[in-house]
Write a protein that binds this ligand. Structure first.
Ligand SMILES: *Cc1c(COP(=O)(O)O)cnc(C)c1O
Length: 223
């Protein structure tokens, strides 16, 4: 009941240009299945173990997104099935993804995670670090990954001006990187920003992919 109504409400608010990732971390499989039955196919998880457990038992046409900090030693477990890794936060991680994807002849889509918040706890690259990756010899020789855009998380605050500024900075970074490194690449197109509390602002600032958990599933268990 709850999940169906929450999804229906969301679909009303999302224009066709904005894709929804239902963030199912810490949510039981039954909740994911309910969202699935009401048409949702894109789900986001932030822990490798939990993602693998769910992927093994849930429908195979789910498009799984990885949205949390990914350790290099766990990359190989998700490479066979992952739809999009949204949280590339180092060259080392990208090298590992490329290596594991190449082994099984996959090309894995990735977003660079940019640090836009003022909180110390969030992972992500600053703009010069993102540039350094895109200019590196390592990156230029990769054939098993494709960078399709950027992801960012705003500061957890009621200060909507600040949140808006942070989203604007991600949008700006996207435009700069696109111009400099992907001028003719139609695939570099995603700006993943916006969560349950701030997705309206994110959409006004150019989001193409919103990551929404609690507004669909309710509060997470065990938090
Ligand atoms: C948990 C999480 C979300 C979803 O957060 P909600 O506030 O539940 O919508 C989105 N993005 C990332 C990276 C997350 O870890």
């Amino acid at each position: 009941m709850g999940i169906q109504k929450n999804l229906a409400d969301l679909f009303l608010h999302l224009p066709p240009s904005v894709k929804l990732v239902a963030v199912s971390k810490n949510q039981p499989e039954v909740g994911i299945l309910e969202a699935y039955r009401h048409g949702q196919r894109r789900f986001g998880e932030n822990k490798v173990q939990e993602l693998m457990r769910k992927q093994a038992v849930l429908p195979t046409d789910i498009e799984w997104h990885f949205i949390g900090h990914l350790q290099t030693n766990k990359v190989r477990y998700i490479i066979p099935f992952i739809g999009l890794i949204q949280s590339i936060d180092s060259l080392k991680l990208l090298i590992e993804v490329n290596k594991e994807a190449a082994k099984i002849n996959r090309v894995v889509d990735c977003l660079l995670e940019l640090f836009i918040a003022s909180e110390e706890t969030k992972f992500g690259l600053d703009f010069p670090e993102a540039q350094a990756i895109l200019e590196s010899k390592d990156y230029r020789s990769m054939h098993a990954i494709r960078i399709t855009g950027l992801m960012g998380m705003a500061t957890f605050t009621n200060d909507t001006t600040r949140v808006r500024n942070e989203f604007q900075s991600l949008y700006h970074s996207f435009q700069l990187l696109k111009k400099e490194y992907f001028p003719a690449d139609q695939n570099f197109a995603e700006i993943s920003m916006g969560m349950s509390e701030d997705f309206h602002i994110a959409m006004e600032e150019g989001s193409t992919l919103v990551r929404i958990g609690t507004a669909i599933f309710g509060e997470r268990k065990g938090e």
